[in-house]
Design a protein around this ligand. Structure first.
Ligand SMILES: Nc1ncnc2c1ncn2[C@@H]1O[C@H](COP(=O)(O)OP(=O)(O)O)[C@@H](O)[C@H]1O
Ligand SMILES: [Mg+2]
Length: 510
């Protein structure tokens, strides 16, 4: 064959370069394949061009049926002219398709196209691995020349790299989408875990809390949560945060009682550079919670100095780091909790009244477990299920007698203690049914609901011990109901007259 003139060669190379530039800016695989096919038909002056990509796992070649179409053609990787190029890695130039035994006529049958001549080259990635074949069909004038073979070869080597890049980007996008989807699912899980519905309890006292959390979901008011230790104050705070519009911003918690006064300020507000040698600048919790929620647990334990500083941040919405001069703006929603009676603290001068009103825009009170004993079966079963789920153990259950004991135990540590006891019981129980035997072995605190009468039992008669227990329970019930005899009697399972009789017998003030 005649060597082509230099000018034609230059022209071809220039055209290929131009095509490469276009290919490199196309990241979508479908669009890229269309672009390459279109450019190849122009470059080689032919009717059609197809790219067959190798699906090595299935030993198949696949291709889009036609330009702009999404229909896919698939066939065994060793078939046809394209298959021959892929299998041998060589250029295949066929001048009369129908007289060549390697030609795969079924494809024409499928596409309704009549192939006269075919030129196919293998496509290799940068590692030299064959990733498919590039095929051109029906040269407009005559058949494909050696020059065409070279042009297609050059184009194919660039196309392979662009295609592989687009494939990688496609995979990255897919895994990114997958991650985003998983992330959204995790968020949904977190939200449902801490949504107000994660607060277990069907009785009026707990439902009041749930309804209140729901009612304030659209506002960002400060909330004070009171209750004894272990009653679910932090859980309620998370419910408030995770049902609010700030759910996806941070929830930062700090226990004010856990830090000495000297560290508290830098922990809350941060430290500026150069305060003292060896002290690193640090961001405080207020700044970490910026845009989100700061939960100050045990706020009743804050010193008056710290209270004044927090009040200032709440009023002015700016803070100053320790040793810092420039105020830093912060946008923080404050949730606070305490097991102290803040009214009494204010009366003693230990808590600032102005701060109290700032944090107590809404007040949520978590009842002690002994006042909501009706929730114990539900809570105990909930924690047992949680244990089984987390440890992957089969379903476990309590006997009714165990539930009765749980209902009657004193629970000074409230729901937290109940949860711990259930976890311990479940871990110690040999079988899947937790019986009273397991209680006796694993639960000394439940076996001796009240240390005092039990101790008395060793030294005094049963009658004395029972009297002592009755006296104490009546005293507690009256204290909890603020001396309301009707309520105290109901709580003790007595009639009002029954209670009064016992109070007379024990010489308790009426
Ligand atoms: N009503 C409730 N429903 C479900 N779990 C609860 C409930 N009340 C408390 N808990 C659980 O009891 C434990 C102690 O609660 P927490 O919020 O830390 O109490 P507090 O902050 O008042 O000391 C946590 O594991 C919490 O999830
Ligand atoms: Mg707590």
């Amino acid at each position: 064959m005649e060597p082509p003139p230099q000018s034609e060669l230059h022209e071809k190379l220039g055209a290929i370069l131009e095509i490469c530039q276009k290919m490199n800016s196309e990241r979508d695989l479908g669009a890229l394949l269309d672009l390459i096919a279109r450019e190849a038909t122009n470059l080689l002056g032919c009717d059609r061009a197809s790219i067959f990509l190798l699906d090595a796992g299935r030993h198949e070649l696949w291709s889009k049926v036609a330009l702009g179409s999404d229909e896919i053609l698939r066939f065994d990787a060793s078939r046809g002219i394209a298959g021959t190029a892929v299998m041998t890695g060589k250029t295949v130039n066929v001048r009369d398709a129908y007289s060549d035994p390697r030609f795969y006529t079924a494809i024409d049958g499928q596409t309704g196209y009549r192939t006269r001549n075919v030129l196919a080259v293998a496509m290799r990635n940068q590692q030299g691995e064959i990733i498919g074949a590039f095929e051109t069909l029906n040269k407009h004038a005559g058949s494909f020349s050696q020059r065409d073979e070279e042009s297609l070869g050059a184009l194919a080597s660039h196309a392979a790299i662009a295609i592989e890049t687009a494939q990688l980007i496609g995979e990255l996008r897919r895994s990114q989408d997958e991650l985003a989807r998983q992330n959204a699912n995790l968020w949904r899980e977190v939200e449902s875990k801490y949504s107000s519905h994660g607060i277990i309890g069907t009785g009026q006292r707990i439902q009041q809390v749930v309804r209140l959390v729901e009612r304030i979901r659209d506002s960002l008011v400060n909330v004070l949560i009171t209750g004894e230790s272990g009653t679910g104050k932090e859980m309620a705070a998370k419910a408030v945060h995770y049902t609010s519009s700030r759910a996806r911003r941070s929830f930062v918690a700090m226990n004010c009682a856990a830090l000495p006064e000297t560290l508290l300020e830098s922990e809350l507000f941060g430290i500026e550079r150069g305060v003292a040698t060896g002290v690193n600048p640090r961001m405080g919790l207020f700044q970490k919670a910026d845009g989100g929620t700061l939960f100050l647990d045990e706020i009743g334990d804050l010193s008056l100095t710290a209270q004044a500083k927090i009040l200032r941040v709440l009023q002015e919405r700016v803070l100053e780091r320790v040793g810092g001069r420039t105020p830093i703006p912060v946008d923080v929603r404050l949730l606070a909790a305490t097991n102290k009676d803040l009214d009494a603290e204010i009366a003693k001068g230990a808590f600032r009244e102005d701060l109290y009103y700032r944090i107590k825009v809404i007040h949520i009170h978590m009842p002690p477990l002994r006042e909501i004993r009706e929730e114990i079966p539900l809570l105990a079963n909930h924690f047992l299920k949680e244990y089984c789920r987390e440890t992957g153990r089969g379903v476990m259950e309590f006997t009714p007698a165990v539930i009765r004991q749980l209902i009657n135990a004193p629970w000074p540590g409230n729901v937290r203690q109940l949860r711990n006891e259930v976890m311990r019981l479940a871990a110690c129980a040999p079988g899947n049914v937790i019986t009273e035997d397991d209680l006796l072995e694993g639960l000394p605190t439940l076996r001796k609901p009240d240390p005092k009468p039990a101790a008395a039992g060793r030294t005094a008669s049963l009658k004395q011990a029972i009297e002592e227990l009755e006296r104490r329970m009546i005293g507690e019930a009256l204290a909890e109901t603020r001396q309301n005899q009707q309520q105290a009697a109901r709580r003790l399972g007595l009639s009002r007259q029954g209670l009064i009789n016992k109070m007379k017998r024990y010489a308790m003030a009426e």
